[in-house]
Design a binder for this molecule. Structure first.
Ligand code: NAD
Length: 390
């Protein structure tokens, strides 16, 4: 079949297996060209099929030489193509296996106890010694079913305390628009924390510890975002920010627990990037488009791949300990938050209009990254050719 992008409300409903495979192979090739990372060799990535989780997995396998087990929740292909992560996983598994590394992807709801149980059983036979050295927690989901009560929780991206009004962008139409997001109901905060906070991460680490499948010296990390004041009302001080604060305090709890086995737990604060999760957050795409322009001009731009490689190589395994700040956070957003970068964004924020959008921002780069997330607009791929989606 011929597959074309079908995008509704900034959500792309189709994906292109050939484009996705090409991009994953390029990321693997880039990683293999970097200096090796001296790291332990058994890695579990929860949410490893796209975005930061995928990049973490590729860094661990192809720069670190690690065996990797990935858990993600992707739509499998049938009459139609599957979701992007389905194809990404397949390519990572195949390319790692070609190098003699163990690599397997489990497609299941990571929030369920059944998945946890079956992953623990798989760890026992999959990894040498039946244990893991690193657990990356990179889930991003709009919904979670509580595994104990069966209740469904939905996360919302809304401001707390007052309505939000501000610049945003319709990146597909390349139009600057005024976004108005109504204040959240008090009752919407807790469900967002339930979905995107640290509860599930803790359930995983507790279950893995109890089953004895965490190796001595194990590390676990989850990813957060802070960002600048421009995005504070909708991100850090909004509903999602409360979930991230919960995730960060969960890290302290887990860190205490893992100390007993010379391990550590920490949150890495990552850079704002185009992923399936971030492109649906109001305001954030315009901020990212400006950020990309400025960071590219300064030669400090990173995609998920570059950022996760730098994290593993320079900020965790160089010394064997995560390089944390006074709040126990590993600041991978250090380049994004540089004063000179943020000053320039502030200067542009009130000047940017539909007319000068392409000149002032990297909206073209943003849209390119967005299309690539789904395997479209990839250089060298023949989109008129018939594709086997299976
Ligand atoms: P993403 O949408 O690219 O990836 C989400 C992953 O979660 C996918 O592998 C998906 O399959 C998996 N997933 C979702 N629900 C699942 C379920 N029920 N069971 C199993 N797997 C499930 O997202 P991302 O942007 O890479 O986000 C990963 C983490 O990084 C999130 O915590 C996010 O807040 C954080 N982060 C993102 C950014 C950004 O700009 N994108 C910045 C900083 C931090």
């Amino acid at each position: 079949m011929i597959i074309e992008p079908k995008i509704i409300n900034n959500v792309c409903l189709t994906s292109h297996p050939v484009g996705l495979a090409e991009l994953v192979k390029r990321q693997i090739k880039w990683t293999q060209e970097q200096p090796r990372v001296d790291m332990p060799k058994r890695v579990l990535v929860l949410g490893g099929s796209t975005g930061y989780g995928l990049a973490s997995r590729i860094s661990a396998a192809f720069a670190g030489g690690a065996d990797t087990l990935c858990v993600s929740f992707e739509k499998e292909p049938g009459k139609r193509a599957g979701s992007p992560g389905f194809y990404n996983n397949r390519v990572v598994d195949q390319e790692a296996q070609k190098l003699g590394l163990k690599a397997e992807s489990i497609n299941a709801d990571a929030f369920s106890h059944d998945t946890r149980k079956s992953v623990i059983e798989r760890i026992k036979t999959f990894f040498d010694g039946g244990q893991v050295d690193l657990v990356v927690y990179s889930l991003a989901s709009p919904v979670r079913i509580d595994p104990d009560t069966g209740e469904t929780y939905k996360s919302v991206l809304k401001p707390i305390g007052q309505n939000f009004k501000g610049h945003s962008v319709n990146f597909l139409k390349k139009e600057v628009v005024e976004a108005e997001i109504p204040v959240c109901e008090e009752s919407e905060i807790e469900p967002t924390v339930k979905v995107m906070g640290g509860e599930d991460w803790k359930l995983w680490i507790d279950a893995l510890a109890e089953a004895g499948v965490l190796a001595r010296g194990v590390k676990t990390t989850a990813y957060s975002y802070i960002g600048p004041d421009i995005t504070f009302p909708i991100y850090r001080e909004g509903t999602i920010g409360q979930a991230k604060k919960h995730l960060e305090s969960t890290a302290h709890e887990l860190d205490e627990k893992l100390k007993a086995m010379d391990g550590e737990a920490f949150v890495a604060v990552c850079k704002a990037l185009v992923t399936r999760a971030s492109s649906v957050i109001p305001v954030v795409p315009l901020y990212i488009a400006l950020l990309f322009k400025i960071m590219k001009a300064k030669g400090i731009h990173e995609g998920c791949m570059e950022q996760m490689y730098r994290m593993m190589a320079d900020r965790i395994y160089k010394t064997g300990q995560a390089d944390r700040d006074e709040n126990q956070l590993l600041r991978m957003d250090d380049w994004e938050m540089r004063e000179d970068v943020q000053e320039e964004i502030h200067a542009l924020w009130d000047k940017v209009t539909t007319e000068n959008l392409e000149e002032l921002s990297d909206i073209v780069g943003f849209t390119q990254d967005y299309m690539e997330l789904h395997g479209f607009d990839v250089n060298g791929v023949d989109y008129s050719a018939d594709v086997d989606v299976l």
